[in-house]
Design a protein around this ligand. Structure first.
Ligand code: NAD
Length: 283
């Protein structure tokens, strides 16, 4: 396929590279980042998307995606598919999808889980929102960049799934860290705590796979000086999105709200640039 790829940062570059390695013709554009090997660098976004069967964007936030939408939608061929993999607010995702559909372009919001490691390994999880037609057309490319895709429903539902997942993840991480701090103060050995909880009803991904306690459980950022992994700043971004969404639909999310406040304080008081599991140090 002919692919236009816009946003070649930490996530976009390895994703575009995997598409090129699989034999697709990829035209790439980024304001600052260079194109990875195998991706043909072009002068602007509209050139990257012109004649493309599928366009993929991997951008920082909703306002950037809205700006890029204005320049790429008019340049895309009717019937082409635009897959936005950025994590953005549900409202922007729905607005740009409707703008695309009005211009005869199929649109899919397809945020990812799996981070830079998953992007490089082609093992991301995609959560998608949009028409079944758009999803089926994009699926062969999602299968190259990831190992699992879920069609969650209409436009915006991929973003909804992403922020709900990360709201759970943040609250669970804080709870896991708190439990280790309490265990320490009660004199309970961290390894014993892990052995019990990881096989009891308090188990979770944050305990079993991504344990925030150094030297315990599988290797995680806690064993690498809390180098991300998944940066606290990105977790804060997603928590803000989840709380904005909760406010917009009047959903009661007290734990999510507290988690957002907690990561806000953490990022402002030295946690910026560290993995999100480093909150154990702040506690
Ligand atoms: P990044 O900042 O490394 O990359 C974003 C890229 O977009 C940059 O290279 C920037 O120059 C480019 N860009 C910005 N405005 C542009 C424009 N108008 N035209 C063209 N290029 C433009 O960010 P990232 O870590 O690659 O994350 C991208 C998205 O993926 C974000 O929405 C993020 O929340 C999400 N995400 C990131 C991770 C992660 O672990 N990094 C995990 C899951 C989801």
């Amino acid at each position: 396929m002919n692919i236009g790829f816009i946003g070649l940062g930490n996530m976009g570059a390895p994703m575009a590279s995997n598409l090129a390695k699989a034999g697709h013709a990829v035209n790439g554009f980024d304001l600052t980042a260079p194109c990875p090997e195998g991706v043909n660098q072009v002068a602007d976004a509209s050139v990257a998307v012109s004649g493309a069967d599928i366009v993929i964007t991997m951008l920082p936030d909703g306002s950037t995606v809205r700006t890029v939408a204005d320049s790429i939608i008019p340049a895309m061929s009717a019937g082409a598919v635009w897959v936005d993999c950025s994590t953005i607010d549900v409202e922007s995702a729905r607005a740009v999808a409707s703008q695309a559909v009005d211009a005869g372009v199929l649109a899919l919001d397809a945020p990812v889980s799996g981070g830079v490691v998953g992007a490089a390994a082609g093992s991301l999880t995609f959560m998608t929102g949009g028409s079944v037609d758009a999803y089926q057309r994009a699926l062969p490319l999602l299968d190259i960049m990831g190992q699992k895709s879920v069609h969650c429903g209409d436009s915006g539902h991929g973003q909804a799934a992403k922020i709900c997942n990360n709201m759970i993840l943040a609250s669970t991480m804080i709870a896991t860290c708190e439990a280790f701090v309490l265990a320490d103060k009660l004199g309970l050995d961290r390894q014993a705590m892990f052995d019990v909880v990881s096989t009891s009803s308090g188990y979770s991904w944050t305990m079993n796979v991504y344990c925030p306690a150094t030297g315990v459980g599988p290797e995680s950022p806690a064993d690498n000086n809390f180098k991300p992994g998944f940066a606290a700043d990105l977790m804060l971004k997603d928590l803000r999105l989840s709380q904005d969404a909760a406010t917009s639909v009047n959903a009661n999310t007290p734990m999510g709200q507290r988690a957002a406040e907690f990561y806000e304080e953490f990022v402002q008081s030295g946690g910026s640039g560290k993995d999100f599991s480093a909150v154990i140090e702040a506690l």
